[in-house]
Write a protein that binds this ligand. Structure first.
Ligand code: BGC
Length: 736
């Protein structure tokens, strides 16, 4: 069977159609899946329960039928069932190592930057882009949907996650998944649950009580699943409260499949299984990355458990049924991918650039130094390899276009993950926009030279970078490689210094008072260079809002002490032998990020939701409108400046004097307005954000009484407050 045949897996033409009744598209997916399960042999079923990675250069080498990606399950041609070809995912379709000629993909901005747009429509659009490219490569399952909360700003994978807030994360990730699946490609949501740090990820237990979990990390997944209806959920590497998530009956069976009625299949993370019967009975449906699992728990060992009667055959059939149901429901089988189909890379690059433009955050703009005039005589660009590209995060999510600059990065699971710069030069874009100016570039390695050159420039654009990767947490919040010293020296020499940060999460800024402006571009993807230049020169009005709090120092974190690099455990040999250790997330509980800052009365460097604009917005005529969910907020947003731009009014609900009910983001709305325009908008308020989870009753409960409702521009903005009285109500643990 060739790769092309396998994706569609056409049954033998001699097979009479009535012999394959599940090809009738008018039947419900549950029934179609049940019919296939009934027709499958036990060997065919077991071939879909445990799979090794199938990377093009991987070990073991992929079979002929495998396209060569993160995961592969063989086709069943006699039944017309295609192979599952799984690939990463959220930041674009990955092409590990870029080793196959012509295997290109659009590198999207980091998910944190997508979070910063507060724009669910854009999340859907970028998701659909991923789905289209996946189809054109013959891939039918995307390992996308990173929905973990940014609990520790030092986590190495924060750039793959949306935010520190459950509502923003759930809404954006849900729309991104819906976008992927609109192209008849399955998306996962991952990593279920509490994969909040990379340090020791296969041996760390994230410890958190149920109520707090339901109100934070679980809520992000719950909302994401309701909106996106992902075909699959991927468990995490870590343990939760002492149990590996891939064998946790509470998380998989009680909450996900039980309370939430989730009908899809649950796969492990790659090499993230630790048992056979315990995992199968807890509800795990497939074992991924099985080459890192001694003896493959879901192959011969599982067959033996079934034979011994310790795992019922019905459970095996349910695993396969769930998988097939998702494939039918999402259209993977009826409308299979077309390998070799065209990809409009120019159009997709423009989408990536627009996404970056909407998410870049302007944090400081003294004396309106930005937007910069293109009429300057000398601009000095320093650092960040700005001459060639923009930084990308490392690990399984990394897209590697041709012409990337690569430097040594980190070794994970025996694989070298390079530090990669996407080929999108900010310097070239700046030169093109400031055509009359002399634009010089210095790499910034010589601090004195850079400061000296800065002295006589009209404007300095200093690019500072901070690389993060899967498997590698930041050791602190400072910019690495003495870049703080460089910025300080340059800004001392030239106050007209604008710092552009290409970072994978919050950093501290000891030089903040000295610089004129700060832009946060996170990892902006393959349209990053022009996107940054467009914001700098005002062709684009910045509208990004911080998706996570920027602390003033590590001292403000719930766990200020350094993450211990000795427990990194990136080598598989250590995964099953290293002692398990615990991280206590009950310290902050559900009060992640900005909620922790409010609870402790800490003033961050920049709060969640914060971001400046080149225009000036006013919020007025705010009222609460009661409805069956509690209430919504209506507000008039006016752009009283002279440029078009987008504002993001945010609704935070809290209970003064109630311990554990600090203000929580309960609604938001991105509003695009022409200069002088105003619009009345209604912002829906998510009822579960008004509630506490009552573990005894197993439901969200809204307490009757008075609530303080802030409508503002960021989490610490208390300038506009409504007092709202709510009646007591119960919401159930499942879908609202
Ligand atoms: C990562 C997953 C990824 C998988 C397949 C794992 O190491 O944690 O997010 O989907 O690899 O590449």
């Amino acid at each position: 069977m060739t790769k092309l045949d396998s994706v569609a897996a056409m049954p033998d033409p001699a097979t009479p159609r009535q012999a394959l009744p599940w090809t009738d598209t008018s039947l419900p997916p549950e029934l179609r899946a049940a019919m296939v399960v009934a027709a499958m042999s036990q060997a065919e079923k077991f071939a879909w329960l445990s799979a090794t990675q199938a990377l093009p250069n991987g070990d073991p080498a992929p079979t002929d039928e495998a396209i060569g990606s993160a995961g592969y399950y063989p086709s069943i041609p006699r039944l017309g069932i295609p192979a599952m070809q799984q690939s990463d995912a959220s930041l674009g379709v990955t092409n590990p190592g870029n080793i196959r000629p012509g295997d290109q993909a659009t590198a999207l901005p980091a998910s944190l930057l997508l979070g910063a747009t507060f724009d669910p429509d854009l999340a859907h659009e970028t998701g659909a882009l991923v789905g289209r490219e996946a189809r054109a490569k013959g891939l039918n399952v995307m390992l996308a949907g990173g929905a973990n909360l940014v609990r520790d700003p030092r986590c190495g994978r924060n750039f793959e996650y949306i935010s520190e807030d459950p509502l923003l994360t759930g809404v954006m990730v849900g729309q991104s998944i819906a976008g992927i699946q609109s192209q008849h490609v399955v998306s996962t949501i991952k990593h279920f649950l509490l994969n909040a740090q990379e340090t020791g990820r296969p041996v760390v237990s994230s410890d958190l009580g149920e109520a707090a979990m339901r109100e934070s990390d679980l809520l992000a997944f719950q909302i994401g699943i309701e909106i996106g209806q992902p075909g699959s959920v991927m468990t995490s590497y870590n343990l939760v409260n002492g149990t590996y998530t891939a064998e946790d009956p509470f998380l998989i069976s009680t909450v996900l499949k039980g309370d939430w009625g989730y009908p899809g299949w649950v796969m492990s993370d790659w090499g993230g299984t630790h048992s056979t019967a315990a995992s199968a009975l807890a509800g795990l449906d497939a074992e991924s990355g099985a080459q890192w699992v001694p003896d493959q728990f879901f192959a011969g060992l599982l067959a033996a458990e079934v034979a011994a009667g310790r795992v019922p055959q019905l459970r095996i059939d349910d695993m396969i049924h769930r998988t097939l149901r998702s494939l039918f429901a999402i259209g993977v089988i009826d409308d299979p991918p077309r390998p070799g189909g065209p990809i409009d890379f120019d159009a997709h690059r423009r989408v990536a650039q627009r996404a970056a433009e909407q998410g870049i955050v302007l944090l400081k703009n003294s004396g309106d130094i930005l937007p910069a005039s293109a009429q300057m005589s000398r601009i000095l660009v320093i650092g960040g390899h700005a001459y060639c590209g923009v930084l990308a995060g490392g690990g399984s999510s990394q897209v590697t276009p041709d012409d990337c600059l690569q430097e040594p990065g980190v070794t994970i699971r025996g694989e070298d993950l390079p530090r990669t710069y996407h080929p999108s030069s900010p310097l070239a874009a700046i030169q093109a926009m400031a055509a009359g100016a002399q634009v010089d570039y210095l790499d910034g390695h010589d601090v004195d030279d850079a400061a000296e050159a800065a002295r006589t420039a009209d404007l300095v654009l200093l690019f500072a970078t901070e690389w993060r990767s899967e498997g590698l947490d930041a050791q602190g919040l400072s910019l690495p490689h003495a870049q703080d010293r460089l910025i300080d020296a340059v800004a001392t020499a030239q106050p007209r210094t604008v710092v552009v940060l290409e970072i994978g999460g919050p950093v501290t800024m000891p030089w903040l008072a000295k610089v004129a402006a700060v832009l946060v571009a996170f990892y902006p993807g393959v349209g990053g260079g022009p996107a940054i230049a467009n914001v700098v020169f005002g062709r684009v009005n910045p509208s990004g809002r911080l998706p996570c709090t920027f602390p003033a120092s590590e001292e403000q974190l719930p766990r200020p002490c350094q993450l211990d690099p000795a427990t990194t455990t990136s080598e598989p040999s250590e995964w099953r032998t290293h002692p398990i250790f615990h991280v206590n997330y009950d310290i902050e509980g559900a009060d992640v990020g900005y909620r922790w800052f409010e609870r402790k009365g800490f003033e961050p460097l920049f709060p969640f939701g914060f971001g400046l604009s080149y225009t000036d917005f006013v919020l007025s005529e705010i009222v609460a409108i009661p409805n069956e969910n509690g209430f919504a907020v209506a507000v008039t947003v006016t752009n009283r400046g002279s440029r078009a731009g987008a504002d993001v009014p945010q609704v935070y609900v809290g209970r003064a004097g109630h311990i554990g009910f600090v203000h929580r983001l309960a609604g938001f709305r991105r509003v695009m307005l022409e200069a002088g325009e105003h619009r009345r908008v209604e912002i829906a308020v998510e009822p579960r954000l008004l509630a506490r989870f009552d573990v005894g009753r197993q439901r969200f409960m809204i307490e009757g009484g008075r609530y303080s409702v802030r409508i503002g521009r960021h989490a610490a903005d208390a300038s506009l407050v409504l007092d709202v009285k709510l009646d007591a109500a119960g919401l159930g643990a499942g879908p609202t």
